[in-house]
Structure formats: C-alpha cells, structure tokens
Design a protein around this ligand. Structure first.
Ligand SMILES: NC(=O)CC[C@H](N)C(=O)O
Length: 212
C-alpha cells in the first residue's frame, strides 16, 4: 500500500508519523532517496529551514524529491517545510522552490512570540481546528494556481496548489488529525474513521504560549 513519508533529517518528525499512524496511513521516515520508493506523499516538517536546506543538499535528497515530485509525489510543508517549498523567500534563499508562493521567515518575531490559536478552515474540517505557530513564517503572496485555505490578518496561514500543501503552523503538535486526513486524501490515500483526539478550544495546553 502506498504510504506517506516524513523527511527525517531534522525537526518535528515523530509527531507527524504518529498522526499518520492514528489515521491508519502507512508512515515512513525518509532519510535517503531510496526511502521515497513507493510513497504517494512526503511531509517536510518544521525545524530550521537553513539547516534543513543544507542537509537536503548534503544527502542529495533535494534532487531526488524534485524528481519524484515531477513523477507525481504530493508534498506538504509545515513551517520550515513550507519555507523550503516556496519559490520566493523574503530576504532569503529558496530551497526546493516548488510552489508559487512568497514567504517571510520568522515573521512574528522571536521564539517567545510563538502562540496557539483556533481557526475555521472550511476546506479541511467542519469544526474549528487548533493551530500552533512556532517562530512561524507568514505566507505573504500566492501566485496563479495557488489557493488560500486560511487567511489571518495580513497573511496566508495555509495554501495549496494541485500537488502541494503548505501550512505556516504545526498540525502535528495539536490534538487534531484534520490536516493529516486532508493531506492523505490529496495523496489518494483512504484514512480510518474517527480516532480524532477529543479536545475543546481552550482546554489543550500541551503547547500553550510561552510565558513572557
Ligand atoms: N517551527 C519552525 O519550523 C520554525 C521555522 C524557522 N523559524 C525557520 O525559519 O527555519
């Protein structure tokens, strides 16, 4: 069965694998090009985008991912992963440069400006979704062919084209499985019913905002 890989060089890997497993989706850590064999989708996790860009190059995974992408591999970048997938990085160098968006790194300020919020994302789930932003970027412009999934204030927090999903936040660090289910569907992979972790806005504290 085709599954979904999680790039496992640096950053938030385990939490993505666990969310996929809760949905009954085959989940594989990807450390080298051969690990991409047979995958329908790849998640590029959050972490540190300059570090990830260098590691992708060092392990020759940048070329391998671009090649598989041209052959139909679907991609989802969360936070640093979204930065790596963007064609334009404000004041920075692009990485894989595969989706026509502009993105600004560290756009909320320092790590202390990390925060949780809750938003309606009608294309992804009927109920509001919890969102965790950690020294997050802002998606500042969308090219033709890219759709907004969530706009907040002056930025896009989630967007997609036909083959790539990008989120400025970290769904894998929340109790919600909605974005993982959405990406699995985009990859043509069926998910199991429910197993949605029960939560109510305001009562999930695992990643509460840091004290000032
Ligand atoms: N949570 C994250 O992935 C943070 C991204 C990080 N600030 C960067 O620019 O690489």
């Amino acid at each position: 069965m085709a599954g979904i890989g999680v790039l496992a060089l640096q950053g938030g890997v385990v939490e993505h694998l666990e969310h996929l497993q809760r949905l009954g989706v085959g989940a594989t850590p990807v450390k080298k090009a051969a690990d991409l064999d047979g995958l329908a989708g790849l998640i590029i996790p959050g972490g540190e985008s300059t570090c990830l860009r260098r590691l992708l190059h060092l392990y020759e995974l940048d070329e391998a991912i671009a090649e598989r992408f041209r052959a139909g591999l679907k991609l989802w970048g969360t936070c640093a992963g979204a930065i790596l997938l963007a064609k334009r990085v404000v004041d920075g160098d692009p990485g894989l440069a595969l989706i026509d968006i502009e993105i600004a790194r560290n756009a909320f300020g320092s790590q202390l400006a990390s925060f949780n919020t809750v938003a309606d994302v009608p294309a992804v789930a009927a109920a509001p979704i919890p969102l965790t932003f950690i020294r997050a970027p802002k998606i500042t412009a969308l090219g033709p062919g890219v759709r907004s999934l969530l706009r907040i204030d002056d930025y896009y927090a989630a967007a997609e084209d036909d083959a790539i999903l990008v989120t400025a936040f970290h769904p894998e660090l929340t109790p919600s499985l909605a974005f993982h289910r959405y990406f699995a569907t985009k990859c043509g992979i069926a998910t199991v019913e429910a197993d949605e972790v029960d939560w109510r806005p305001g009562d999930w504290t695992r990643y509460a905002p840091l004290p000032r």
